[in-house]
Design a protein. Sequence first.
Length: 105
Amino acid sequence: MTEIPDYPNLYCSLNTSLSRKQIAGLYAAIGWEVRKCTWTDFEVFGPWCELVIEGESPILMHGSVADILVHAAEIVAPLRAGCISFTVECYGPQPARDLLLELRS
C-alpha cells in the first residue's frame, strides 16, 4: 500500500441537511476512527486516509488519501448510503496536481 500523501488530494462538497457530526457518524458506523478537531469540525481516519469535515452550506470534506483512484469509491460509499448529494474531486501528485477523477451524486 502506498503511504498517505503529505498534501491534500481529495476535495468534496456535501449538500445535505445532516450535521458534520452526523456525517462523521456515517464513517464511525463502518469502523473508521473519528474525532472532533475543533468545536464544530471532525477528523476521519482510515488506514489509507486522513480527512477533515468542516464548514456548512455546503459542508466540506477534504484531505489526503493513499492510492486515491483505488479508494475513491470507499470514501463516497457512506455518503451514498446516507443519501447525501456530493461532488468529489481527486487530484494527482505534486507538482502537476492534475484532476484524476470527479464523482457526483
